[in-house]
Ligand binder design. Structure first.
Ligand code: RP5
Length: 161
């Protein structure tokens, strides 16, 4: 199965946040890879990843980083593949630093920015799957079923604990 989604993160410490993206892709049967690619600590790795992404067959990149979160934007500058950014929650500024770093891209190089933290990571995985489902009917049906099951699981009335 061809790997179509690349999940990259700035540090090992980002992995717990990015895991839900990988988990939902696994649930949908979407082949993906996970890599540590730091904009600041491994800039050559970032360059190589961005320049080779299209020819390697990737279709979507999910990029998570925290603090001075330049990874999603820098990857977006090196590939025309859609980049979905996940701001990692930080201790010092609660992830608002990550959010603004990823969100405020200059005109011409967009990053589709998700919410801070694990919910954002899961939505990044869903967004990647939904993009791939545009050209994959089997995946589209899986996503439709998943969404219907989620809706069906929501009670109409709140319950006492
Ligand atoms: C960023 O710095 C990473 O994305 C991470 O969120 C943050 C802290 O990295 P570590 O010091 O935990 O490796 O580049």
């Amino acid at each position: 199965m061809t790997t179509t989604v690349g999940i990259i993160m700035g540090s090992q410490s980002d992995w717990p946040t990015l895991k839900p993206a990988a988990a939902i892709l696994t649930e949908f049967g979407v082949a993906h890879e996970t890599r540590i690619v730091s904009a600041h600590r491994t800039p050559d790795r970032l360059w190589d990843y961005g320049t080779s992404a299209v020819e390697r067959g990737l279709k979507v990149i999910i990029a998570g980083a925290g603090g001075a979160a330049h990874l999603p934007g820098m990857i977006a500058s090196k590939t025309r593949l859609p980049v979905i950014g996940v701001p990692v929650q930080t201790r010092a500024l609660n992830g608002v630093d990550s959010l603004y770093s990823i969100l405020q891209m200059p005109r011409g190089f967009p990053v589709a920015t998700m919410a801070i933290g694990e919910a954002g990571a899961m939505n990044a995985g869903l967004m990647a799957a939904q993009i791939l489902a545009l050209e994959d009917d089997t995946l589209a049906r899986r996503i439709d079923d998943w969404r219907a099951a989620l809706s069906a699981s929501i009670p109409e009335e709140p319950q006492d604990d």
